[in-house]
Each structure stands twice: as structure tokens, then as C-alpha cells.
Write a protein that binds this ligand. Structure first.
Ligand code: NIG
Ligand code: FE
Length: 403
């Protein structure tokens, strides 16, 4: 078979495809990989490469020099498009002042007042930072517009971003009730369900709702999710973040692709999720100081767990996905293997792309990251360090600090 990209020298090729190698991460020692037009066509032992793959003379050749190689990382939950910052709110929280509830609205004000080009520039800077950490795909939610025009605008800005990192769009018109609807929250639910969702078209692939105390009730979320389902949007839910409301069970009953946060989820919620295919997306950076999502209980019930930064200006201002994985180990008690699957394969599943990304196997995208370390465990062990030495997207080298 022909290849226009070839990776050699992988001391440990972490495929995230258990059938291809050792252990839950499917590790191939002294591995190699070949791709054609951005798609993986072969993975195996380097010793077998020459006999099985015909490498084009002008192929891109990457030498991992004995390092560990992982699939390009996937951040499956971000609020990428916003303006302004809330550093004063953060500092006040550290001083022990009660968590202000108006925070999201402040970002809504700043975002509405910022033009498309400036919003896009801010989002591109964030994508640069994601890429620098080895992330090759992010999910991005709207939710700081909260009018039909503004929500469509934020999704259009996300759709227009030209960057090596792929952006998967989610409509989050039901983030919070905007100030204009303080006296009529049900009216806003009607606007989201009957006005915004039918107008989304190709602008988003998923619909998310923040179902929580201080956001939308289970009944309101149900109305919105029904409308989303009728439009063919995939379902996501911000659930059980500040209180236990029954949002996780609601998500499971809708066959949501993911249910996110879960800091207050119970054993019963884990059970409901365990019999669904819904992926639990846990966001340790958004709950520093606790309480933490019951990751072990979820895994014990057979729930697949992904990890994400939750990049947003209120609860988690970070594009450092490997740090989220390290926090997943330290705070949520995940194993290194679980955390690595949480930012690769399970994260891909949380955005309905499990075959296409988050693993290195025939038919998947040639998105990968060569670590500046011999073992994939370093990603969570050497926390805070940037180990993304070479980042490849679609068979092209697009970033990395160098080996
Ligand atoms: O994921 N839960 C809702 N949304 C964000 C917070 C957004 C904000 O504070 O601006 C979150 O934590
Ligand atoms: Fe979020």
C-alpha cells in the first residue's frame, strides 16, 4: 500500500485501539505508522513497515527517536468563543467571597459587544494554545450570545475559523436565562426551542443545555432537548454541576452523546448512565477545591469517562488538556491509562467521532502527537510540562516544541 506520510522510531506507539497492541491503550513497542491523504493506512511494528508499505519519495517522514506517540488529543468540551475575562471574579472567589451567579452574564455582555473579527482572533489564539499542548480537535459551544442572532453569530464565527485544530460546534443557547428574560424564563425556553433550534441548520452538530439550579430545570431542559432531537441535533447536557437535579438521568433517557460535569451525581445516576451509551465528560479544572465527580463509581458502573478542560472564563480558564488528564488522576482517582483514554478515544466518542479520531488505526485521521518522553505515562506524571514535541494533523506537521 502507498503512503505519503510515515512515522518511525516510536518507542511506544499508543494506538488507543486495544486489539492492536498491549493493554487497554493498545501499545505497540518500536512501532511505526503510515498514512495516505491524511488517513492512517497502516500501523504495526517498524520491522514490518518496509515489507508492507510503499513510501512515496516525497512523503512526509517523522522520526519519533524512541519517544511515545499518541493520537492527537481531543478536547470534547470547550466554550471557545467569548470575549473579556473574569479575573476579578476569580480573585474574589479565592478570597472566600460567595460565588457570584451573574458571571456568565458578564461574559455575555462582553461577547455581544465584540465584533466578529475580534472574537475570531481570540478564538484563534486559544486554538494556538490548544495545539501547543498536542490537541488536534476541540468541541466548541456557543452560549455567550443568548439571542437568536448572537447565538448564530457565535456559531458562525466558530465555523469560520481557519486553523489546523478542527472545531466541532455545539449550540448552547440554553446556557443561562439572559437578563432580558428575568421575568419570563419560560419565554426564553420557548425562544430557544421554537426560535433558535429550528434556525441552527448546519451551524451546529450538537445541542447542549445547562440543566442545574440557577440555570434550566429538568422540565425546561426536556422541552429544549425534544426540540433539538426533532431537528436531528445530537444531545449533550451540563448536568449535576452545582446541585443534584436529575439532569444526568434526563440525558441518559435522551440517549445523549455526552453528559458533562457530574460533580453531584449519585450512585443512581451512575447506574442510569451505565445502561446508556452516554459518555461522562468530567472536568476536574472546573471543580478545583471539590466536590469532584464520582469517577470511580461511574467507571464501576461501566460508564465511559472522558476528560476535558471546559475552557471558559468563569470556572476553568485553561487550554492545557494534559493538565486536565493529570488532575483526573490526582483528584478523580483515574489510572494513567483511563486518563489517557479520556483525552483521546473516549473524548472522541463524546463528540460522536470514535472511529475517526482519538485512536491510531487504519481508517482514522493521521492526527498524532510525538511526546518529548519515552512513556505515555509522562503525560500525567510530569504534570504541567509541555511534552508535545511534534504535532501532526491530517498527515502534516503543524506544531510542537520539537523533539
Ligand atoms: O462549564 N456550567 C456552565 N458553564 C460553564 C461556566 C461558564 C462561565 O462561568 O462562564 C462551565 O462551568
Ligand atoms: Fe462547560
Amino acid at each position: 500500500m502507498k503512503a505519503d506520510f510515515v512515522l518511525t522510531g516510536a518507542g511506544r506507539l499508543v494506538t488507543c485501539e486495544p486489539g492492536l497492541g498491549e493493554g487497554p491503550l493498545g501499545v505497540i513497542e518500536r512501532g511505526a505508522l503510515a498514512a495516505w491523504r491524511g488517513e492512517v493506512v497502516w500501523v504495526g511494528r517498524e520491522a514490518d513497515l518496509a515489507g508492507e508499505v510503499e513510501v512515496a519519495p516525497d512523503a512526509v517522514e517523522v522520526d519519533a527517536r524512541g519517544s511515545a506517540v499518541l493520537p492527537g488529543l481531543v478536547d470534547c468540551h470547550t466554550h471557545l468563543v467569548f470575549a473579556g475575562d473574569r479575573a476579578p471574579e476569580f480573585a474574589a472567589r479565592l478570597r472566600g467571597e460567595p460565588r457570584a451567579t451573574g458571571g456568565v452574564r458578564e461574559t455575555v455582555r462582553a461577547t455581544r459587544a465584540t465584533g466578529d473579527e475580534d472574537l475570531a482572533a481570540l478564538a484563534l489564539e486559544r486554538l494556538d494554545r490548544f495545539l501547543s499542548w498536542g490537541v488536534t480537535t476541540v468541541e466548541a459551544k456557543s452560549g455567550y450570545g443568548l439571542t437568536l442572532e448572537q447565538e448564530r453569530r457565535l456559531l458562525s464565527v466558530a465555523a469560520g475559523l481557519r486553523h489546523p485544530v478542527d472545531v466541532v460546534r455545539t449550540f448552547l443557547g440554553a446556557h443561562v436565562v439572559p437578563p432580558e428574560y428575568d421575568d419570563d424564563p419560560e419565554g426564553y425556553v420557548t425562544l430557544v426551542s421554537e426560535g433558535m433550534i429550528p434556525s441552527i441548520g448546519q451551524l451546529a452538530e450538537f445541542c447542549d443545555v445547562w440543566c442545574d439550579e440557577g440555570a434550566f430545570s429538568v422540565d425546561q431542559a426536556r422541552r429544549i432537548l425534544r426540540a433539538a432531537r426533532a431537528e436531528g441535533l445530537g444531545i449533550k447536557v451540563h448536568a449535576e454541576q452545582t446541585a443534584r437535579t436529575g439532569a444526568a438521568a434526563l440525558a441518559a433517557s435522551f440517549g445523549a452523546v455526552s453528559v458533562d460535569h457530574l460533580e453531584h451525581a449519585t450512585e443512581e445516576d451512575a447506574e442510569a448512565l451505565g445502561i446508556s451509551r452516554t459518555v461522562a465528560v468530567l472536568l476536574p479544572g472546573a471543580s478545583l477545591g471539590g466536590p469532584y465527580a464520582p469517577a470511580r463509581t461511574l467507571i464501576g458502573r461501566g460508564v465511559r469517562v472522558a476528560l476535558s478542560t471546559d475552557l471558559n472564563p468563569g470556572t476553568s480558564y485553561s487550554e492545557n488538556l494534559p493538565l486536565s488528564a493529570a488532575l483526573g488522576c490526582a483528584l478523580l482517582r483515574l489510572t494513567a491509562e483511563e486518563a489517557i483514554l479520556g483525552i483521546t478515544r473516549h473524548a472522541a466518542a463524546a463528540i460522536a467521532r470514535e472511529r475517526a479520531i482519538g485512536r491510531l488505526a487504519r481508517g482514522a485521521a493521521c492526527d498524532l502527537v510525538v511526546l518529548g518522553a519515552a512513556s505515555e505515562v509522562d503525560l500525567v506524571y510530569h504534570y504541567g510540562a509541555n511534552l508535545a514535541a511534534i504535532v501532526v494533523k491530517g498527515g502534516r506537521v503543524v506544531g510542537g516544541a520539537g523533539p
